[in-house]
Ligand binder design. Structure first.
Ligand code: ATP
Ligand code: MG
Ligand code: MG
Length: 410
């Protein structure tokens, strides 16, 4: 039997866990995970003797991983792209020889996306619609810079950390000029930028698969269906397929998929990408991109039988995307609910019973627990409900689950 290709994965959280779950049944690929011994992904990964124990931020460990892999990928964008560039362009030493290991998506894409301000400057230059933004000066010039933004954008506006943020943790809504005093306290001295406040009607997201030929030429971009995402306190809590509001017409859905494809086509390398968008008065603005499987694509595990976002990530980076891949949903409606840790470590236990009780021929309920320690507000699992009814009916049937996850989080 031919040797299976080995994918090296930086980071072993829940996205890595679901990537390993997708790889298992394929039997055609091995995944080597770099993260702590007891990380979620290693619970689902095959015991292939290829995993590396350590931090995915440690250059020496990344090289150790690369040495045993055919391709590297990430489950998180906050990684050292200098090392990834070195591995892809100069290589790592294996048995006294240098071996180049491709990185997908490209380290160039990851580097651009890491800086949310630069990411959107780039999209803006490519003619992709984004909210107006301004870089904030640092040090003693910061206050004056904030005043300048206040004058230009008005209040409120959104202040964001350029790097390292996720789940809204780098965001600060500036309501008045009085808030400027607490900026240092809230955000420290990290690089910041400001975005005009978007009074969006709704948030949408599209997952896109990027297919690239062996010579690095873009072959095609394939979008999954458009979903509605709901964020509470800047963290994604719910995803609805299709969007609930009938104001999201077929034209808007096609437009959202087109914008998402344009965004992903402008980047480099293979993989799946999430494009988060705002919808306002029928217009789309791109909020940000994630160069990996994403929360807004969890629903594809149960709602797109031909290929989940995780399997798509695998076949894409191995350049094995089927010619006639069909990413249409195989259910009429789906709802994904994030389980965020509650006040008690056991707060979410009752969800398992509820998920079982509510499963019927009208609504299938799938519970995913990541095996992470529960902490208030931490993403520890998710539930997907699918139906053959309208999204409105499914939402009614799923109401007890929605109430339950909301209560746990509160
Ligand atoms: P993620 O976990 O998705 O990476 P993040 O920390 O990068 O999150 P953003 O995506 O920038 O944060 O913002 C989180 C949420 O905050 C958005 O989904 C949206 O609900 C709200 N938000 C962000 N930017 C704006 C804006 N300019 N105007 C209004 N609301 C915004
Ligand atoms: Mg983000
Ligand atoms: Mg976001």
């Amino acid at each position: 039997m031919a040797q299976k290709p080995v994918i090296g994965l930086l980071g072993g959280g829940q996205l890595g866990l679901m990537l390993c779950e997708a790889a298992g049944p394929l039997g055609t690929v091995e995944i080597a995970v770099l993260d702590a011994e007891d990380c979620p992904a290693k619970h689902a990964a095959r015991k292939n003797g290829l995993h590396v124990t350590g931090s995915f931020k440690d250059p020496a460990k990344i090289k150790e991983l690369a040495a045993r892999c055919d391709v590297l990928t990430v489950e998180i964008e906050h990684v050292d792209t200098e090392i990834l560039e070195e591995i892809a362009t100069k290589g790592v030493e294996v048995d006294g020889k240098m071996k180049k290991v491709p990185v997908h998506p490209s380290w160039k894409t990851i580097r651009l996306i890491q800086d949310k301000y630069q990411q959107k400057e780039y999209f803006g230059q490519k003619g992709i619609p984004i909210a107006e933004q301004m870089a904030i000066k640092s040090g003693s010039e910061r206050k004056a810079s904030l005043h300048e933004v206040g004058q230009k954008f008005g209040f409120p506006f959104m202040l964001k950390g350029s790097k390292g943020s996720y789940d809204g943790r780098g965001n600060f809504k500036i309501r008045t000029a009085q808030d400027f005093d607490s900026v240092a306290e809230q955000m420290g001295d990290q690089p910041l930028y400001a975005e005009k406040w978007v009074t969006f009607d709704m948030e949408l997201a599209v997952m896109v698969v990027r297919v690239e030929d062996d010579d690095g030429k873009l072959n095609r971009v394939l979008p999954y269906p458009v979903v509605e995402t709901v964020h509470e306190d800047s963290i994604c809590t719910k995803v609805f397929f299709p969007p609930r509001n009938t104001a999201v017409t077929e034209e808007i859905k096609i437009q959202a998929q087109k914008v998402a494809c344009d965004v992903v086509a402008s980047l480099w390398g293979r993989g799946v990408f999430a494009v988060e968008m705002f919808l306002k008065d029928g217009q789309i603005l791109v909020n940000e991109v994630a160069p990996r499987p994403h929360n807004s694509g969890h629903y594809t595990i149960e709602a797109v039988h031909q290929m989940s976002q995780y399997k798509a990530q695998l076949v894409s980076i191995l350049n094995k995307v089927p010619k006639n891949l069909d990413l249409s949903p195989t259910v009429s409606s789906a709802i994904m609910l994030n389980i965020l840790g509650g006040a008690e470590p056991t707060s979410h236990d009752r969800l398992a019973n509820l998920a079982e009780e509510l499963t019927s021929k009208y609504m299938h309920v799938f519970l995913h627990q990541y095996g992470k320690e529960s902490k208030p507000g931490r993403k520890i699992g998710h539930i997907t409900a699918t139906g053959s009814s309208s999204i409105g009916q499914l939402e009614e049937r799923a109401r007890p689950l929605i109430t339950c996850v909301d209560e746990i989080r509160a």
